[in-house]
Design a protein around this ligand. Sequence first.
Ligand SMILES: [Zn+2]
Length: 496
Amino acid sequence: MAEAAQSVPVVSYARISADTARDGHGVEDQHRVNDETAARLGWTIVHRYTDNDLSAAKASVVRPSFEAMLKALKVGQLPDGQQVRGAIVVADDRLTRRAGDYERFVDALTYDEGRVYADAKGPKNLYSEDVESMGLFGVVISKMEVRKMQRRTRRSHRRRAEQGIPVGGKRPFGWKDDKLTLAPEEAALLAEAARDLIAGRSLHSIQLEWREKGVRTVHGKEWGSRSLKLALWNPRLCGWRKHNGELVRDANGVPVQGKWEPIITPKEWMAIDALFSSRVGPNAKADGTITDYRTPSHLLTGILRCGKPKADGQICNAPLRVSTRPDLSGGYIYQCPSKSMGGCGGTARNGAKVDEYITEAVLAKLEERAAATRKEDADWGGEEELNRLVTKRQKMLQAWQQDLVSDELFFPENHKLETRIKELRAERTRHALQRQRAAIVDGDIRARWNSEKFDMAQKRALIREAMHAVIVLPVGGGGRRAFNPDLLVPKWKEDF
Ligand SMILES: [Zn+2]
């Protein structure tokens, strides 16, 4: 198309950081250089993004303009609808200093065909693997320089961590002032809370119990949900330690065991870690917050969905709500909300009977699973691959350090290996969590379910773990019919 060549709409990005400030390359200079680049290439700058980023070395720094630019590039337009087909920066390292951000930038820009990118030296084809890895390589280098300084200050902490010696600060809850011996009462509380959490109890419910018991933090304060979560998520509980967000491991990748007494087993801690850090938990979101924070007082709220067909043939699918009906046995019904509330108002069912039927179905499924898990091989299948890749990465690193492998070969390959190793570790954690949950559900799940300690949040968590939803089909004909369980269609989760 002829008009496309006329004027390509692009954005200009500038970032002010410690070194750009020092070199006198201010934001205006960067945008001016970008103007010249655009003029040379016949592109039109339709928006300017600027980030002030004087402490870019910290991984926690968020660049609002950078993020906004990624969004615009991905959808191909600015919030006002103006088309965007590419971006111009002075140089790759003005874009970001972190390899992860650079990859996200490339992802966003190349999201569609025909996007353009240029720096002061001219256009670059980001669709080509070569340039991408070169760019990434550039970022890796500058990132390495930033990290070099940070490493220096962290080295002593790191050394102590590797030796499993506690570092600085007040004693952690659960241990005495020496940070090594257990404070028995606190340790017992933590152990119980950890196991309850793995079994599906909500953080909120544990927090309430601790408050009721008058348990205080080491600073004498009441426990909040955040402090409790951090305490339970601390790998110290099982004798491990995190440094800069990663578990401290020895050369073989095995977590270093600290010198303090542990409270729970590594497997239990990994189950908690999986709960908080990934989506595998029934009521834990990726960021570790608990979705079931305020537990509904009925078992299947949000789980039952209306199965009545609409005019277009699709089912209504609205979540059923509880409505009290003192005249009925059980005293409440689940019903589809009215049209004005987003439903069709066409389905209703006796609440107590539905609860009873679905409970029975879930318990049967849990017992079935417990029996199957007992038979199953307890080992995780990926251990061999993980060990192989860790060894391979070790060898590559050595080869690179001895200049036997070029940078161009090493960085992309190393990145691939690290990504896969990360995946495998996550998989292993998920597996551990599943085993752990199975072990807890094993034994007499029926007795547990009916015990007083097994609260609504735990029941709901288990149900959510087992099924996506239950579709409630409409009762044909008019009048009140006998309760028909065939009209309840559980949507079980496949891997359950
Ligand atoms: Zn409906």
